[in-house]
Ligand binder design. Sequence first.
Ligand SMILES: Nc1ncnc2c1ncn2[C@@H]1O[C@H](COP(=O)(O)OP(=O)(O)O)[C@@H](O)[C@H]1O
Ligand SMILES: [Mg+2]
Length: 274
Amino acid sequence: MERTKTDFPVPAPLKQHGPARIITLCNQKGGVGKTTTSISLGAALAEYGRKVLAIDFDPQGALSAGLAVNTHEATTIYDLLLNGKLEPREAIQPTGVPGLDVIPANIDLSAAEVHLVNEVAREQALARVLRRVSDDYDVILIDCQPSLGILTVNALTAAHGVLIPLESEYFALRGVALLIETVEKVKERLNPALELDGILVTMFDARTLHSREVYERVIEAFKDKVLDTVISRTVKFPDASVAGSPITQFAPDHPAAEAYRHLARELVSRGAVA
Ligand SMILES: Nc1ncnc2c1ncn2[C@@H]1O[C@H](COP(=O)(O)OP(=O)(O)O)[C@@H](O)[C@H]1O
Ligand SMILES: [Mg+2]
């Protein structure tokens, strides 16, 4: 079952930055590693000299918390969605990782669904915001909330690519068909250029037959859309989020940090990131 693991070359430095390729991380199931991947991949890409903007698009604000970014009395993505007169750059906050910036979110974002319903072109609200900052970055990562509602549709409409973190559990596979159907619908109706960048297997436990069987099933079902990088289950991730620091800084030599660097190199090799 094991596919040959490739090591991908360290990407060459960029001579100039932007415009960004926008990647949405989504899966309507919670706890599959969307936020952890947004943070860790963003930090790994920044280590490779990419200018990265991470958008917290979940009212829970876990991405903001995981990068120790202030969400109170801060301009958030919610403010930008609803008020086109605000300058998006004013919402951008730096993080402890040079090259990785964040637009935060807080619980206010949970009201966005209700407000957007009455908007013209409500599916394009996020795309309108990101268009104004895109030139400053090489990649923008959108960390979605666990739902397929209007916010996720906005994220898919704004994106060039979708990255689907998938927990290696049998039950996790069930939701993916519905998710891919949603991606296809958005592609047909709103964003013809949208691509499936890959499915990332997370929470993998090499010691269990279960994990290996699920991985085999995922490969069977999604073939070359399954990324070569696999993220193992380790308690280092919750520890890093409590510390408000990405795994690449919290435990730089841990295999989990190296796994996200591997993912960064793979996405550059695949052309998903400059
Ligand atoms: N590979 C992993 N191994 C162990 N725990 C993980 C891993 N990835 C994420 N976690 C932890 O699992 C929980 C859910 O992850 P998170 O990234 O927040 O998922 P999502 O954003 O999809 O809801 C968090 O506490 C996180 O620290
Ligand atoms: Mg999350």
